[in-house]
Design a protein around this ligand. Sequence first.
Ligand code: HEC
Length: 280
Amino acid sequence: MRNNRWFGWDGAGDSLWAQSVRPILDAREMGGSQAEAAALIRRDPELSCRFQKTFGAPPADDEGVFAGIGKALAAFQETIVSRRTSFDDFRDALEKGDRPAAARYPLAAQRGLRLFVGKGNCSACHFGPAFTNGEFHDTGVPFFIPGGVDPGRHGGLKKLQANVFNLIGARNDDRSGASTVKTRQVAIEHRNFGEFKVPSLRSVAQTAPYMHNGSLATLADVVRHYSELNPDRLHSDGESLLKPLRLSAEESADLVAFLESLTERTSALQPRRPSAACRR
Ligand code: HEC
C-alpha cells in the first residue's frame, strides 16, 4: 500500500493520506463531508484525545481536522504489508544458488514465470517488488460504464490537480518540497484516456474480481484477456507493449500457477496490539 506512487485506479491521489479521505467524501461510497467528519473528532472524547496526541489540538478549520484524519488512516494502512510468498522463497533461493530450495517452487509456476518475463512481456509493466511500474496503461479493458465512459487517468489527473489535499497543497507536512516533484510534473495528455493504474500483483489470488471495473472473475479470465487481446481495442496512442499472446491451454495454466504463487500462504492479519496511549 505505502509503496504506491499514485493511488486509485485513475491515480487521482498522490499520497496515501489524500487517497484515504476520498471514500469518505465520495457520494457513491460514504457520502460524508469534511464538516461531519471534523465534528465527529471534536465531540468524541476518545477520538479527540487520540487526535491531540498525534497532531496537537484539533484546529478550528474542518479542512485541517480532515487532513489529520487522512494522515491517521494512512499511518494505519502503512502497517499492512503482504507476507512472503513461495515466489519470494524461489527468488531468494536462486540468488543464493540454493538449488534444493529452488526446486521446491512448482514446475508449473517456474514455466509461468518464464512466460511472464519472456513471451508474455508481462514484466514490461508488472515489475519490481510489487509487480507494478506504478504508472498507467491501456490494456483494452472497455471503459464504457452505464451512462458514460470512465476516462481513467485522464479524469484522475484533473481531479489530482484540483484537489486541495494534493502534495503541492498546504497540508503536505514535507517542507522540503521534494515530495511535490512528481505532482508538479504530470501533464494531461490525450493518451491518458482509458489508461488505468498497473495494479500490484502481490496477493492477486485473493483480490478477485479483476481489472478496475471488476469485469474479469478469475485469474484464468485475466490470462485469457491478454491471450486473446484485440489490438484494435487499445484506445490509447502509442501503446505497443501488448499484443495477443495466443497461449496454449498449458501455457495459460502455467501463467495462472505463477500468478497464484505471488499470494502468501496464510492471509490472516497480525492481531493488533491494544494502544496504551489513550486508555482511560
Ligand atoms: C502495458 C502494460 C501491461 C502489460 C504488458 C501487462 N499488464 Fe497486467 N495490467 C495492466 C494494467 C493497466 C492493469 C489494470 C487494468 C484495469 O484496471 O482495467 C493490469 C491488470 C492485471 C491483472 C489484474 C490485477 C487486479 O488486481 O485486478 C493481472 C492479474 C495482470 N494484469 C496480469 C498480467 C499478465 C499475466 C500479463 C502478461 C500476460 C500482463 N498483466 C501484462 C498493465 C499491463
